[in-house]
Design a protein around this ligand. Structure first.
Ligand SMILES: N[C@@H](CCC(=O)N[C@@H](CS)C(=O)NCC(=O)O)C(=O)O
Length: 235
């Protein structure tokens, strides 16, 4: 049986949850609360030394990272998807590159707008929070969290993230306009559909208006009507 370590509000966990529910993959879900820094406890670091979610465990195998997890699940359990095709390779590459939008752009905006106060509510002592950030097994992440806690993110960095996300929305809208397939790349629901759905959900939460991207909007609305969107409890 697969075990997915995830967090309810984590964007990359949401991608994997969408995919797992779309294909009814039998899986045990274990919640790691990022607001309480459960991801950097010794216990969780024994599972994933990087201290991130999502992380999939299948008996003696551990897979870290949303695209690699979906790739693993597809190859092990979804026989209807031809994983040796050129199309599958393109989908995989798209999702890998898309991870680079999350980190740093989506992450920076999520922390500066949505999560900062939530983390502080769960950890009222700033000193303790800074200590935890220092203990982060991924040094760069720890430094990033320290900058967030100390409100050290300059406005131009925030603006650059917003500009990059607008560019991505435009690209997705253009692709939705010209595509001849049911889904983003293919006539089957692929990991790219999961990644793009979670991305659009998050950017709406971050205050972006998607009404000015009509093709993207129509594609997104259709995806939110699917059962997996409800089951994956995207929030
Ligand atoms: N590229 C990875 C990113 C994983 C990642 O950064 N996850 C975030 C949540 S969305 C996390 O674990 N953050 C906790 C931390 O870095 O302390 C993926 O796609 O899975």
């Amino acid at each position: 049986m697969l075990t997915l370590y995830h967090c309810d509000t984590s964007y990359t966990s949401q991608i994997v949850r969408l995919y797992i529910f779309e294909y009814n993959i039998p899986c045990v879900f274990k919640h790691i609360d990022l607001r309480k820094q459960e991801n950097i406890t010794t216990k969780y670091r024994e599972i994933n030394p990087k201290g991130t979610v999502p992380c999939l465990v299948d008996e003696d195998k551990t897979i870290i990272g949303s695209t690699d997890i979906m790739d693993y699940v597809t190859k092990q359990l979804i026989s209807s998807i031809p994983t040796d095709s050129e199309l599958y390779g393109q989908i995989f590459q798209f999702c890998k590159a898309f991870e680079g939008i999350h980190d740093p752009y989506i992450r920076l905006l999520s922390y500066t707008t949505l999560f900062k106060n939530k983390i502080k509510e769960n950890n009222p002592k700033v000193e303790r929070l800074l200590k935890l950030a220092k203990q982060h097994p991924w040094k760069e992440r720890g430094k990033f969290l320290t900058r967030i806690i100390n409100s050290e993110i300059p406005e131009d960095e925030i603006q650059a993230s917003k500009d990059l996300i607008k560019e991505k929305l435009l690209e997705i809208d253009s692709k939705c306009q010209i595509k001849k397939t049911t889904f983003f790349f293919s006539d089957y629901y692929s990991m790219a559909d999961a990644a793009v759905t979670a991305f659009i959900f998050r950017v709406i939460k971050l205050g972006f208006d998607i009404q000015c991207f009509p093709n993207l909007n129509a594609y997104y609305q259709a995806l939110t009507q699917r059962n997996n969107f409800r089951q994956a409890k995207i929030q």
